[in-house]
Design a protein around this ligand. Structure first.
Ligand SMILES: [Zn+2]
Length: 330
């Protein structure tokens, strides 16, 4: 039995497994520049964030219709459920699709076909978080938020992802202010490849409630103190950090030290099809390699529900937290 957990850092486009990529390519008459799934899986080797992003955007060409997005989300939810995920707050990148000529409605409605039935079909509650691509312009982010307005009943919050360095949070001040005015929750990637100052800026300028990654906070003791004091959740992604060389090896990951420091850490899969594992795989990896105790693992699971945007359903959150406390480790 996997430990019950919430997944708070998951890009739905990053759950595209080679098999589904080929299936969707065939369905949509798209030719992929790979001979077969083995050749594509071979391409899932990266030097850094940018080389990953190049392949990630290339493969999005296979996603064309509502049904494609529905199939993508259902495939993720089934895998996540099998690894103990009880609640998932799912990122999507509308600009990666609207730039290819798709309507944002195709993306949201397609995802919603799966998410809206996820509790019944997979036993996983969900929220949807719209992410802005930080290497696109601030104007493009504002236009994206505007285009999303008819779908806000489906969208819980906004986030910020893609290539971090050179694109500081302050660039997106206006769109985050607009999102806050619409009642949307706010998160942002910060301190993955970018410096600790980006984390501070995400908190102060964008008003984020959670920091995605936030790994590099460890370089700034005053920032760590602040994150501990204010109980700011960090959505860490250990296997992603290894694959993108943010840390040299998993054994070098600062997660144990971060927990010891009192930081509110969570463990997530980021782009699991590309980074070698889903949420449960990440928990297994940190347990095996970093020697986390059962109580530390339970703390990570507890944090995931406490950090989730379940304020609109505290009864459900309480039920999940009780499942965490009742879990027995093998
Ligand atoms: Zn991410």
């Amino acid at each position: 039995m996997f430990l019950p957990k919430a997944e708070l850092h998951l890009h739905i486009e990053g759950t595209l497994e080679p098999e589904l990529a080929f299936e969707l390519a065939a369905r949509n008459g798209v030719t992929l520049p790979y001979a077969d799934t083995d050749a594509l899986r071979e391409a899932y080797r990266f030097e850094d964030l940018q080389s990953f992003l190049n392949l990630y955007y290339e493969l999005m060409a296979v996603l064309r219709t509502e049904r494609d997005f529905e199939d993508l989300a259902n495939a993720y939810l089934a895998r996540a459920a099998a690894q103990g995920v009880r609640h998932a707050e799912i990122f999507f990148d509308p600009q990666a699709h609207t730039s290819r000529g798709l309507d944002i409605g195709t993306v949201v409605e397609g995802l919603w076909r799966a998410l809206g039935n996820s509790e019944a079909n997979h036993g996983v509650s969900t929220r949807l978080i719209l992410c802005f691509l930080r290497d696109e312009s601030a104007e493009s982010a504002l236009a994206t938020l505007d285009a999303a307005k008819p779908y806000l009943d489906r969208i819980t919050g906004v986030g910020l992802d893609s290539a971090e360095v050179g694109h500081p949070p302050v660039k997106f001040r206006a769109v985050y202010e607009a999102a806050a005015a619409l009642g949307l929750r706010r998160v942002a990637h910060a301190g993955e490849e970018g410096p600790p100052e980006y984390i501070t800026e995400a908190l102060d300028v964008l008003g984020v409630e959670r920091v995605d990654h936030g790994l590099r906070c460890v370089e700034d003791p005053a920032l760590v103190e602040r994150l501990v004091r204010d109980r700011v959740p960090l959505t860490l992604c250990p296997l992603s950090n290894v694959r993108l060389r943010t840390v040299d090896t998993l054994a070098d990951h600062p997660l144990p030290a971060m927990l010891d420091a009192g930081l509110m850490c969570t463990v997530n899969s980021d782009d699991p099809a590309y980074f070698g594992g889903y949420a449960g795989d990440n928990f297994d990896a940190v347990r095996a390699t970093l020697g986390l105790t059962d109580e530390r693992l339970r703390e990570l699971a507890r944090n995931s529900f406490l950090a989730s945007f379940l304020e609109d359903d505290e009864e459900l959150r309480a039920r999940y937290l009780a499942e965490v406390e009742a879990h027995t480790f093998r």
